[in-house]
Design a protein around this ligand. Structure first.
Ligand code: SAH
Ligand code: SF4
Length: 397
């Protein structure tokens, strides 16, 4: 799949890459090349809707303009999938490489992971009541990374072990989606694709990059924001900014504990913003009709999975339009946690439901290939060579 053009693109600095540019930026670029405004629209359409990989493929542009753009060092620059792993459950995990060689992981989950259940949206409705004509279109969730690594240091998460390397740019965030849509031959508009910003990184610590990516995904790639969910570990200033956005994904917050003592022991960020402050900030986000805020709750055996914790949680959330996604902890090497007992998970869920709080157990996807929540860690640590993509079936899990 790699050819000379791709190799060349590697050497082109980020600003020369067109994928990631807004329409006004493309208009400016065309002005510099003495071109009319409609040329910018043609590029916009070609890179975001047709998702073409190279300038040569944009045949709506005159050949001379394509050559001039290339000569000036421009390229489309959709990030490249350099390695794939496929789970027995159909989930695929991709290692996606950026122009500077940094890599992140992106996950394709056919049929989704049930994360939308009960959040009051159409995506939830489709999940709960699939129609008989489901075969006519694809239904899937793509899990996107927002940073290379993560600075937040949650004790149960493998991404934390990487530390933070850098923020992803808007083009790199939306580009993961373009790369996966191309690989899966998705037709936006026909296929039902949900996006979750739940891969590597903390989206609200890359707030501007994340929101600009949402702008590209909605306006340019035509994926409605009602099909997107962003998950934050609880970055307060980010939540307060998010509350003011007009076009925004649904909100999910990784609560993971029912009191500050437990939360601080597994999420040190609690020292900066405690649960009370967090819930106050969340309450400022205006919800759409029927919308609920999702609280994620990773269940760690013996730590936060007892009925007394469920009772505390009920008290915390009693005045909120909330739903809870229970996530059974996905193991990682050398981590001091263990999975909760299945009967404890069931009792926890029942207690919440009995108290009137919608609670769902998230389906773990792709555990065998380390693609499940909290398992993304750039499986390939050494530099990715510029050679052919390894076949999915032979990759280590
Ligand atoms: N950084 C953001 C989004 C990515 S993590 C956040 O933390 O919200 C997505 C979800 O996976 C979070 O709810 C997180 O609590 C959860 N998670 C992290 N590590 C996990 C693990 N090992 N097992 C199960 N869930 C995990
Ligand atoms: Fe970062 Fe989220 Fe992992 Fe915490 S759970 S370390 S915020 S990716």
């Amino acid at each position: 799949m790699l050819n000379e053009t791709n190799t060349l693109e590697e050497k082109i600095p980020a600003p020369a890459r067109l994928f990631g540019a807004s329409l006004p930026e493309l208009v400016q670029l065309m002005e510099r090349f003495g071109q009319p405004v409609y040329r910018a629209r043609q590029i916009y359409e070609a890179i975001y809707n047709q998702r073409l990989y190279s300038l040569d493929e944009i045949t709506t542009l005159p050949a001379a303009l394509r050559e001039a753009l290339k000569a000036a060092g421009h390229a489309v620059g959709i990030p490249e999938i350099v390695q794939t792993a496929r789970s027995v459950d159909g989930t695929e995990r991709y290692l996606v490489r950026m122009a500077d060689g940094e890599t992140v992981e992106t996950v394709w989950m056919p049929g989704g992971d049930g994360g939308e259940r009960g959040d009051g949206t159409q995506a939830a409705e489709e999940e709960e009541h699939p129609t008989h004509d489901d075969d006519d279109y694809k239904r899937a969730t793509i899990c996107i990374s927002s940073q290379v690594g993560c600075a937040v240091n949650c004790q149960f998460c493998l991404t934390a072990k990487l530390g933070i390397r850098r923020n992803l740019t808007p083009g790199e965030i939306a580009g993961q989606v373009a790369a996966v849509l191309n690989r899966q031959n998705v037709e936006v508009g026909r296929d039902r694709i949900n996006l979750v910003f739940m891969g590597m990184g903390e989206p609200f610590l890359n707030y501007a990059g994340f929101m600009a990516a949402v702008g590209l995904l909605t306006a340019a790639m035509r994926i409605p924001e009602s099909r997107m969910t962003v998950s934050t570990s609880g970055i307060l200033p980010g939540i307060l900014d998010f509350a003011k956005e007009t076009v925004r994904p649904k909100l999910a917050v990784s609560l993971n504990a029912s009191n500050d003592v437990v939360r601080e022991s597994i999420m040190p960020i609690t020292r900066k913003w405690n649960i009370g402050a967090l819930l106050e900030a969340i309450a400022t986000v205006p919800l759409r009709p029927r919308e609920r805020v999702t609280f994620e709750y990773v269940m760690l055996g013996g730590i936060n999975d007892q009925v007394e914790h469920a009772n505390e949680l009920i008290a915390l959330l009693k005045n909120m339009q909330a739903k809870i996604n229970l996530i059974v902890w996905n193991s990682g090497p050398d981590m001091p946690f263990h999975e909760p007992a299945p009967q404890d998970v069931a009792a926890f869920q029942k207690r919440l439901r009995d108290a009137g709080i919608p609670a769902f157990i998230r389906r773990p996807r792709g555990r065998d290939i380390y693609a499940a929540c909290g398992q993304l860690k750039r499986t390939l640590e050494q530099p990715v060579p510029l050679v052919a993509i390894a076949p999915a079936a032979t990759l280590p899990g």
